[in-house]
Design a protein around this ligand. Sequence first.
Ligand code: DOR
Ligand code: ZN
Length: 382
Amino acid sequence: MQSMQYPLNKLRENIASSFPSTTFKVLKEVKINIIKMELSITRPDDWHLHLRDGKLLEAVIPHSAHHFGRAIIMPNLKPPITTTAAAMAYRESILKALPINSGFTPLMTLYLTDSTTPAEIKLAKESGVIYAVKLYPAGATTNSQDGVTDLFGKCMPVIEEMVKHNMPLLVHGEVTSPEVDIFDREKVFIETVLSPLVLKFPQLKVVMEHVTTMDAVKFVESCAEGRIAATVTPQHLVLNRNSLFQGGLQPHNYCLPVLKRETHRQAIVSAVTSGSKRFFLGTDSAPHDRLKKECPCGCAGIYNAPVALAVYAKVFEEAGALDKLEAFTSFNGPDFYGLPRNTSKITLRKTPWKVPESFSYASGHVVPMFAGEMLDWLPSPV
Ligand code: DOR
Ligand code: ZN
């Protein structure tokens, strides 16, 4: 059978006349999905990334640098990045590990402890390379042993100094008391720590990192836009807590805060696809060697950098909100941090591709999110 080429302009006319009363948005979607099957967007940034160090850093950094312009680099190394000097040295090792000609910029952070001083915050600001301070409640997650034990008792002068310099506080929003159920830790943190903190410091900029509950969504939406925002990971948009146990224990779906029930996932999807400026992309890509995930006491963390953009695109496509994807991936984050938006573009093509089973590196293997599965959207820089 002979195939016939249908002229593009004719197809556009037909679509337009088939939808006489539809809005521009619908026509734009039809155009994206049916005619072009590709999306060109401003290069995204990742506002929450774990790059690690040493051989693992070298192995994972190309995946982030390929897609993202900048990333907020989390400081929970061993030992943690608690000083400006350590952050500057870590930044140098990240730059050294980048692929040649990469334009990727690491935005460094400091790890808050009970003994961080206001002088250190001032130094961090003056360095010009540190953009935020990360609050890990002690014991909340990977390498958080040196985190904060008494925020209101010990860290108030530091928070005041941060307000002075307009430096955002990035919050791992979970309480750590063993008597609080793991699925309630974010909600209780909002009630007992975050709400009082925001009330006490109305000028403090806060990012509630990797939100996982309807409670967090409501809290962020109730606060002043531009003061309180939230990052959202790919996993908390597409997986619920069933994914931890589907067909047996699934260590590669284990992260913290832990996946929650379906109603929470749906609330997060609605929030990010609504077009709200309060939510932006933060992958929380957290690579661990395969042997540290598949073992009797596995580490928390999902390695999602290779698939993150494909997953975000799928979520927005399924919500009929592809027209809002770019603001979430590329505008809301820099706007909140007061940084310029990227000027280069990337393309997302709607074409099936298979996620590798694992990536090998000098010291072992890392298993990505959705290993071995098919995804629909393939990102590539232009
Ligand atoms: O799952 C997680 N992994 N959550 C965190 O908060 C830390 C991260 C890591 O560093 O592995
Ligand atoms: Zn993280």
